[in-house]
Design a binder for this molecule. Sequence first.
Ligand code: NAP
Length: 425
Amino acid sequence: MRTVKIGLLGVGVVGSAVAKAIIDDRGTTERSGVKLELARAAVRDLSKQRAVDLSPELLTADPHDVVSNPDVDVVVELMGGENPAFELITAALSSGKHVVSANKEVLAKRGDELLATATQSGAQLIYEASVGGGIPILNTISNELLANRIESIRAIINGTTNYILTRMSGEGAAYSDVLADAQRLGYAEADPTADVDGFDALYKIAILGQLAFGTSAPVDGIHREGIGRIDARDFRYAEELGFTIKLIAAAQRTEAGLLLRVHPSLVPLDVPMASVNGALNMVEVEGDLVGPLWLQGAGAGPEPTASAVLGDVLNVARTASNGASQSSIDPLPLAPMVGHHCQYYLRLTAADQPGVLAQVATVLGDADISIRSVIQMDTDETAGQADLVIMTHSALEANMQEAVSRLRSLDVVVELDNLIRVESY
Ligand SMILES: NC(=O)c1ccc[n+]([C@@H]2O[C@H](COP(=O)([O-])OP(=O)(O)OC[C@H]3O[C@@H](n4cnc5c(N)ncnc54)[C@H](OP(=O)(O)O)[C@@H]3O)[C@@H](O)[C@H]2O)c1
């Protein structure tokens, strides 16, 4: 039986659940052969009421008290944000302490530097909870799937946006109404930017790309679109065509290298991703031996996230060579988004008059894009306008971007309301 002393950086939503699970034990010591003990915990505000009862001697307002404390074996970073987390993780690793983190932002932005520090010092840095909350995806890729060449990862990896899209789909409600309700119910933050604009999903796919393909992408070099342009009509039209709409984060091996992308996608109604509803997450990973796998579960929340954090802590305690930081794959170069091929859904508000379709088809044809189907949806007779929904065959992103700018300049196109990529299966 080994005793491992834990230093916590942060006792917030996740930190409180981690502290509580350590204190309550629930048979963990017996199952793992490792006794976890809380040695020190740093917070910002010592007077704040917490979801766990901690003796005041454990708490400190100085995080350096945790990272340089000789009693601490493993530092668990649950503060969030790039700074001061980067500096504190670096200090802990440099002094030979293993670090477990749930912080997607610091890992996506500074993961390379942190992993280099870990390699140099011989300490472990592992971070299962930073992607997919309770879903064991990183350790699955770096351990169970090690015999596979990973071909593709596609994921619904942000619970807030999936909750909003699920409600829009089910209720036919407007984006702004559902967002406001999600904020009232605590599913979305007061400032929802990180979620609805796709930053959170981008950090997570950057971490997955690094782990599975060895490619460290600068976060501002990854194609990112949020869900703000999705309208209730898009759900209605997509459904008539056999699809729903999800925010997809993808990392895919292509001939040009690794393509990383985050954007809303049309997903066929008959694939597993289409029925991942509410705040649930799903990661679809495809290896050359195993084929496609789907891991689904709670992508956030205190207890599921604590499950991943403590799994990492116990793994570190049991074997110092069982971590994500040990991966050393030859990195794939980054592939540009303009080389992406897929089908597209285009929704236009167009003049309801003869010849419109011919003009639109000419623009698409000139850009080497062929039309699969066209449906004229809602017509506004007073305004003399109609919704035109076009599904294309598979086309090149660069060609579609060129066509979009030419379509916008056509007199008969009142508005190009939405362009949504279609996931292929
Ligand atoms: N919430 C989830 O479901 C979830 C899921 C997966 C991953 N994560 C990740 O887990 C991390 C923590 O998330 P959370 O939701 O638990 O955040 P949180 O509730 O805001 O907790 C953050 C904690 O860190 C402390 N803290 C922040 N800055 C500090 C500083 N400079 N010095 C000392 N203490 C500091 C805060 O102290 P005070 O309490 O005194 O303010 C608080 O206890 C983030 O990286 C997040 O992305 C969260």
